[in-house]
Design a protein around this ligand. Structure first.
Ligand code: ZN
Length: 67
């Protein structure tokens, strides 16, 4: 009866596409130490932006888009 797979498939929107058509995902496996240009906070991030979460909110920066 139940032929639907259990579990969330949110991350599988590309599963039907051949690899060359899938968006390239960078593995954010490495964190780097950076300094927030706004408040000077030194923190570790695996994101491209140097702004810390607080300043990102404060400055109303757009959310980081996947590459
Ligand atoms: Zn900051």
């Amino acid at each position: 009866m139940a032929d639907k797979k259990a579990g969330c498939s949110c991350g599988d929107i590309w599963k039907d596409l051949p690899p060359e058509l899938r968006p390239k995902l960078k593995k954010p496996s490495l964190t780097r130490e950076t300094t927030c240009p706004n408040c000077g906070k030194v923190f570790y991030t695996n994101r491209k932006t140097d702004y810390c979460f607080d300043c990102e909110k404060k400055l109303g920066l757009p959310p980081e888009l996947p590459a």
